[in-house]
Write a protein that binds this ligand. Structure first.
Ligand SMILES: *Cc1c(COP(=O)(O)O)cnc(C)c1O
Length: 718
């Protein structure tokens, strides 16, 4: 392939001995390596926190005096040399898992997603879908998969959230400064920007391409926010998920069609094309169009490409399954059907979806029909998806609908606290990270003395509480904060109390209010002398989701009541940074979706690998993970009618909390005040959950079950 340069706007002026810090800042590898983070925070921890863990901004702001001192400090230099040995070995490594398993394969995999959650400084994600995509890329880098990510670069990112005194979500969008962020524009030999064009009704639109390095894996991000485009078009890549359907369909055309063209412009020809959710499904048509242009019929083209397409569906909830009215398709895609050799009706038929309110063009239908690899993201979600899409395979029984499942996982190194890693270094042996999905290795967890594990857990909880108090202090000092908000934001939290976390998008099916539904009973629980409990809520609602915003308000109004004693808390502006503090610091991670709407969920996996216990509805991943001894279930393993379910789940939640969780935490302490039975449960949870619900296991499964079959198939469908 042709080579292109990617250009960073600045280089740094660094002391020669430590000048590779600049290189490190531009490869997201540092985000999952605590020792690499030490290279920044050891120089000036205050600055590191105040720049929100952004190494590029850090290097722009750091005082030269401190850099010079670091370059003279033998301890610092020893860490520096270790980190760069690790980094170089990592990037150059030849005997990766993939290279060992599939030595003869030189095909590449393209991975398209509307959002990527890689780090808090690059807010181009809104929630679990994006974080999963980010974790997927980090793992493909670790495993050595020849995968290329494709997405959009949102120049304002996702919004920041503030909560008013009355509990109303206020949003602000701030332009990101790409001088201080790791994506770099891709340039041609002559120094001009590499661009591509996509056709819209008012003429062609130009997009430029940015490159981001995630270890070994490249991610290309498209951006239309440039002078050559008209103002409407420029908006396409300012924010995630416009609610205006015109902008929404244009964003998806840009991702699906523009994404394929970007890869072509860069010189790639991937063999496997993976759509992470239906947003990217126009990709199937662009790939067919390429072959039609080369002389094939549409039939031939679509059959040939279909065998190489993989589609992952992520939710049964309608808001997550985009479909467009037919007039919108007429407006934006009329230029495409002649290029495919189709009439308008034939084109609509590709993704026609009959709803009781009319016909639509459905993105998941398009993706399902034109991919041979199809999966849901947990066992239950696989079953739900087969039922949901059965009408596309009228001749098959529900069980035979060709949608399989691969349960989600998390990138363990991204989410695991440094102190927990240190424990494993000590008790598992040096190369435990290489074997993170090896169940047998996890038997070694019994070797960790309960007291040591408990000391780490207590440390992480203190860290969470102090962090929340510090944030609250800063917020208070900025002014405009009512004193009650100081309490509601965590000003009165206690680092020695049983602490429950609930952090996720405030979509109504997640029922954030369930734990407060019998409020008087909950007040008794949180304020019980000698056995108090704290609950920390956090999460954003999509700005157009009125019921979601009302749910935040309902929770906030209860949280701020004096009777809550400051033990019920709402933490503003949930993002990957807060998620890390929460999943590492709480004792219990609670999830209360209305089953079976939580396709998988992943935050509970992050909590488990840090030693928090899950307390959740048997939906998504937790239905597979729960074994009776590694956490607690809310409600039965059955689908109930939603009204019955709400009250049954609330009863189960209160009951389990009062009779099992609280007593286990506060009683049976040994001479060192360690709750030994609790710690035993924590070990059982870490042992059973960490290896199974890791992206290590997940990406290996995608490779063997979906990527390799799509790689090996040649042309014609059987
Ligand atoms: C992991 C994560 C999620 C996913 O939450 P679930 O409710 O478990 O799906 C959402 N947002 C952020 C910031 C996360 O880190």
């Amino acid at each position: 392939m042709t080579t292109f340069k990617s250009k960073h706007p600045h280089t740094f002026d660094l002391p020669r001995r430590i000048n590779r810090l600049g290189e490190l800042a531009y490869n997201l590898w540092w985000t999952w390596n605590p020792l690499a983070q030490r290279l920044f925070n050891r120089i000036d921890n205050n600055l590191w926190e105040s720049v929100n863990h952004n190494p590029i901004l850090f290097l722009h702001k750091i005082e030269r005096r401190l850099l010079n001192a670091a370059a003279q400090d033998a301890n610092y230099l020893s860490i520096y040399d270790t980190v760069f040995t690790m980094f170089d070995n990592y990037i150059q490594r030849k005997d990766t898992w993939y290279a060992t398993q599939h030595p003869k394969n030189d095909g590449q995999i393209a991975y398209f997603s509307m959002e990527f959650g890689l780090h808090e400084t690059l807010p181009i994600y809104s929630g679990g879908l994006g974080v999963l995509a980010g974790d997927h890329l980090k793992e493909t880098s670790d495993l050595g998969l020849p995968l290329i990510g494709v997405g959009l670069l949102y120049t304002e990112g996702y919004f920041s959230q503030r909560i008013s005194e009355d509990g109303w979500q206020e949003t602000s969008n701030n332009p990101l400064n790409f001088d201080n962020l790791p994506p770099a524009r891709v340039l041609k030999e002559d120094g001009s920007e590499l661009t591509l064009q996509v056709d819209f009704p008012n003429g062609p639109v130009t997009a430029r391409i940015w490159e981001l390095r995630i270890g070994r894996t490249p991610l290309y991000l498209l951006d239309t926010n440039i002078d050559a485009n008209d103002p409407t078009v420029r908006q396409l890549t300012t924010r995630l998920y416009w609610s205006d359907i015109n902008l929404r369909v244009m964003q998806e055309i840009l991702l699906g069609i523009g994404g394929v063209r970007a890869l072509r412009a860069l010189g790639y020809s991937p063999t496997v094309w993976h759509m992470n959710e239906g947003h990217a499904a126009f990709m199937t048509l662009e790939r067919a169009r390429e072959l039609v242009k080369a002389g094939k019929t549409f039939e031939e083209a679509i059959n040939e490409t279909r065998t190489h397409n993989v589609f992952t569906t992520h939710t049964p909830v309608p808001a997550g399954n985009d479909e467009f009215p037919l007039w919108l398709v007429d407006k934006y895609l009329a230029n495409l059907w002649p290029e495919l050799g189709l009439t308008r009706d034939q084109f609509i038929d590709l993704a026609r979806h009959q709803q009781n309110w009319g016909e639509t063009f459905s993105m998941p239908v398009l993706a399902l029909k034109f991919s041979d690899g199809r999966n849901g993201v947990s066992e239950l979600h696989g079953m739900v998806s087969r039922r949901m899409w059965k009408n596309l395979w009228p001749e098959k029984s529900i069980n035979d609908v060709p949608i399989t499942y691969i349960t989600n996982g998390v990138h363990s190194q991204t989410w695991m606290a440094r102190r927990i890693r240190n424990l494993y270094d000590k008790y598992f042996g040096e190369d435990w990270l290489e074997h993170i999905d090896d169940f047998e290795m996890w038997e070694k967890i019994e070797a960790i003395p309960p007291q040591e594990l408990w000391a780490v857990r207590s440390h992480l909880k203190r860290k969470l509480v102090f962090y929340m108090q510090e944030r609250t202090r800063e917020r208070w000092m900025k002014g405009g904060y009512h004193p009650v908000q100081v309490v509601a934001a965590g000003g009165l939290l206690d680092p020695y109390v049983l602490t429950i976390g609930f952090g996720r998008r405030f979509a109504t099916y997640k029922r954030a209010g369930l734990a407060l539904s019998e409020f008087e009973r909950m007040l008794k629980i949180v304020n019980q002398p000698n056995r108090p409990v704290q609950i920390i809520f956090a999460g954003k609602a999509h700005p157009a989701d009125e019921p979601g915003k009302m749910l935040i308000q309902e929770v906030y109004r209860k949280v701020k009541k004096a009777e809550s004693g400051g033990r019920l808390v709402f933490l503003e502006d949930y993002d990957m940074n807060i998620a890390r503090y929460l999943v590492q610091g709480v004792d219990v991670w609670m999830n209360t979706p209305r089953r079976p709407n939580e396709a998988s969920g992943t935050s509970g996996m992050k909590a488990a690998l840090n030693g928090a216990l899950n307390f959740s509805v048997l939906d998504g991943w937790w239905r597979e993970a729960y074994n009776g001894d590694n956490g607690w279930a809310i409600g039965p393993d059955a689908d109930l009618d939603s009204n019955v379910q709400d009250s049954a789940d609330a009863e189960s939640l209160y009951d389990t909390l009062e009779n099992e969780i609280i007593p286990l935490y506060y009683t049976g302490r040994d001479a060192n005040d360690v709750p030994v039975k609790w710690v035993q449960r924590v070990k059982e949870s870490m042992r059973t959950i960490t290896p199974q619900f890791s992206t290590r296991r997940m990406v290996k499964e995608y490779t063997e079950r979906l990527y390799m079959p799509a790689m090996e198939k040649n042309g014609k469908k059987k």
